[in-house]
Design a protein around this ligand. Structure first.
Ligand code: ZN
Length: 244
């Protein structure tokens, strides 16, 4: 499995960068996880939108889905120039909030509601879900090809169930939108310290701090997480690539 960060900013993208978007690849299958603002632009540094095999969305906040509309336009324009897909691009999302309907567009993309209680097969991946603590319905996503495991917390306050959900992950993409001492319980976000605690208790190999804040010194996030977790800690950045 290969994990590539396309965008890592919480709330909105920093200049010339993108908000949430991660490319997960295996055996030539390209899965995009979340599609925030500027993710379509950054994706094209790696592959054409038409080469995506599936998209999965954690929730419908704009910093996670803003580029779905322009992605649909890109595929539509492809169809004008004879590069029509044989089947619509499948976009998996929950149907617990406004946003799901927009995933289906002409015969270009098709929204598929995932059932959070069921393990779903998408290409080479088995995908499972855990509801997070966030103001909008949101799901953490666990992706495995049968040997390697990648877990993405999506947006969430610290929640015990997520630690069990992330058990033994090779890579934990953990949101760290806040610094130690801040209270993210009502905003539905974690501190870097909490991401470190989650990584330690889940026994993960590599912790990637992501959904980054636009304030403070980001290296401080790594220090705060490393006080709790002795494994590898990486600060997400555009084009960070982890091969498993
Ligand atoms: Zn959110």
């Amino acid at each position: 499995m290969n994990v590539t960060v396309l965008g890592c900013w919480g709330g909105f993208p920093k200049a010339d960068e993108a908000s949430s978007g991660y490319l997960i690849e295996q055996d030539g299958f390209h899965l995009l996880v979340d599609c925030g603002s500027a993710v379509l632009s950054k994706l094209q540094n790696h592959l054409k939108p038409a080469d995506l095999d599936a998209i999965i969305l954690s929730h419908y906040h704009a910093d996670h889905v803003a580029d779905i509309g322009v992605l649909q336009h890109a595929l539509l324009i492809d169809s004008f120039t004879g590069k029509t897909r044989e089947t619509p691009l499948l976009i998996y999302g929950h149907n617990e909030a406004d946003g799901f309907e927009a995933l289906t567009y002409k015969n270009i993309t098709k929204g598929i509601a995932y059932d959070s209680n069921t393990v779903m097969q998408v290409g080479p991946f088995s995908i499972s879900f855990c509801k997070t603590d966030h103001p909008a319905p949101c799901y953490a996503i666990r992706i495995t090809d049968g040997s390697d495991i990648v877990v993405y917390t999506a947006d969430t306050a610290f929640k015990k169930e997520l630690t069990a959900f992330a058990k033994n992950a090779d890579v934990l993409l953990a949101e760290s939108n806040l610094y130690k001492g801040m209270d993210g319980s009502s905003a539905g976000h974690m501190t870097a310290e909490q991401a470190g605690i989650m990584a330690r208790e889940a026994g993960v190999k590599t912790l990637v701090l992501t959904h980054l804040p636009h304030f403070g010194e980001l290296e401080q996030l790594v220090q705060e997480a490393s006080a709790e977790f002795e494994g590898t800690i990486l600060l997400a950045k555009e084009n960070l690539e982890i091969g498993l």
